[in-house]
Ligand binder design. Structure first.
Ligand SMILES: *[C@@H]1O[C@H](CO)[C@@H](O)[C@H](O)[C@H]1NC(C)=O
Ligand SMILES: [Cu+2]
Length: 232
């Protein structure tokens, strides 16, 4: 009896672990979802789906310390729609940042080190002065946006960062779901993306948008972590 109940508890918690977590193994290019881990570097958590919680960890960049993965680079035109697709949906309440970094030449094998990252897209929280807080990214399956028309041609890492805030009131309580795709931008312009940040390095983990109790009291405002979006 005891054992049976214990087993049920374990199975239930395993089930909730699986349903409540997610990875981002695909891009959306010209409306097509790319095969899992083809154009995205396979992350350490491809099985466990466990998040990164240490914003200073080397895995905070692309989460590939165990897989050592690279991917195949896919072409995409500047000014077109691009997306990053989850293997399930973005179950948790939270926000999204998408960063890019231009490789010196071939992005395959480039590690994205240095102050080379700029933000191209974000999905923040919506507040109304303390009555409610809502998260437009919650339950989305993919996040799509327009690649800036002025983005210079070349090969880039495209880094998804979905920040789950359901248990983020303490330090390292926020959960980061991360992956890096590889894209070759064509038909681009001569913009100068910025501000540039290093990843890890961009956050301390104590930002008001990362270490936050989203339930009580209901936040009056929400400050999206990271630099401003570069829109070209
Ligand atoms: C980049 O490097 C990879 C691996 O060496 C190679 O397969 C690919 O063709 C290269 N791509 C370009 C555009 O040079
Ligand atoms: Cu979770």
């Amino acid at each position: 009896m005891f054992e049976k109940r214990f087993l049920c508890t374990v199975l239930l918690s395993l089930a909730s672990l699986v349903t409540s977590h997610y990875t981002f193994p695909s891009l959306i290019i010209n409306g097509q979802v790319t095969p899992a881990w083809a154009n995205v570097r396979q992350t350490n958590n491809f099985n466990t789906q466990a998040p990164v919680t240490d914003v200073n960890s080397p895995d905070f960049r692309c989460y590939t310390s165990q897989t050592g993965a690279s991917a195949t680079t896919v072409s995409v035109a500047a000014g077109s729609q691009i997306g990053i697709q989850s293997n399930g949906n973005i179950y948790h309440a939270g926000v999204v940042n998408v960063y890019m970094a231009k490789a010196p030449s071939n992005v395959t094998g480039w590690d994205g080190s240095g102050s080379v990252w700029f933000k191209v897209h974000q999905v923040s929280a919506v507040t109304d002065g303390g009555k409610t807080i809502t998260f437009p990214a919650q339950n989305a399956v993919g996040i799509s946006f327009t690649l800036p028309k002025n983005l210079p041609n070349g090969q880039y890492l495209l880094r998804m960062e979905a920040i789950a805030l359901h248990s983020a009131s303490g330090y390292q309580g926020a959960q980061f779901y991360i992956s890096c795709g590889q894209v070759q931008v064509t038909g681009g312009g001569s913009g100068t993306p910025g501000p540039l940040v290093a990843i890890p390095g961009v956050y301390t983990g104590r930002e008001p948008g990362i270490m936050i109790n989203i339930y009580y009291p209901v936040p009056v405002t929400y400050t999206q972590p990271g630099p401003a979006v570069w829109s070209g």
